[in-house]
Design a protein around this ligand. Sequence first.
Ligand SMILES: [Zn+2]
Length: 184
Amino acid sequence: MSISAPQPNPSTDRDARTGDTVTDRLVEANRKYAENFTDPGMDARPVQRVAVVACMDARLDLHEALGLELGDCHTIRNAGGVVTDDIIRSLTISQRALGTRSVVLIHHTGCGLLNLTEDFRHELEEEVGQRPSWAVEAFKDLDADVRQSMQRVRTSPFLVHTDDVRGFVFDVTTGLLREVTPRT
Ligand SMILES: [Zn+2]
């Protein structure tokens, strides 16, 4: 797999008719959104007291897939839904400052990280002359990685609620979650 970023192509990245970039279209969509927006008067503390940690994958609509409403939960996402130090940072703030108690971890079938290895880091280093400080956190076995993520949450000294931590694999073809049993 090539690690080089695709070259920008202004002729295809812009709307053929209006010449808008994708960001222009997002800003326009937001203007329409705000026209019908009324202040829900919500507190920042999630109503369902849950934090969902998931992959950033574009096919995973967390609110729709889990029946969540605005204000219900924290959603914390990164490549793979891997529990990194920064995820622990967000979970710590979520629990200690904003009152969440449950953690739901979601990986998914067809994840981009299944096709990568730590060679990605070495190739990056060769290309740019600098070694990234982060691990790629690539994995070959979805269930094993969900278990690893659950374990990292449960053993974090910074978190106060580690009794309700559950992990799942989301099937991008059926929309169904499958629960991964923790290591016993
Ligand atoms: Zn993914």
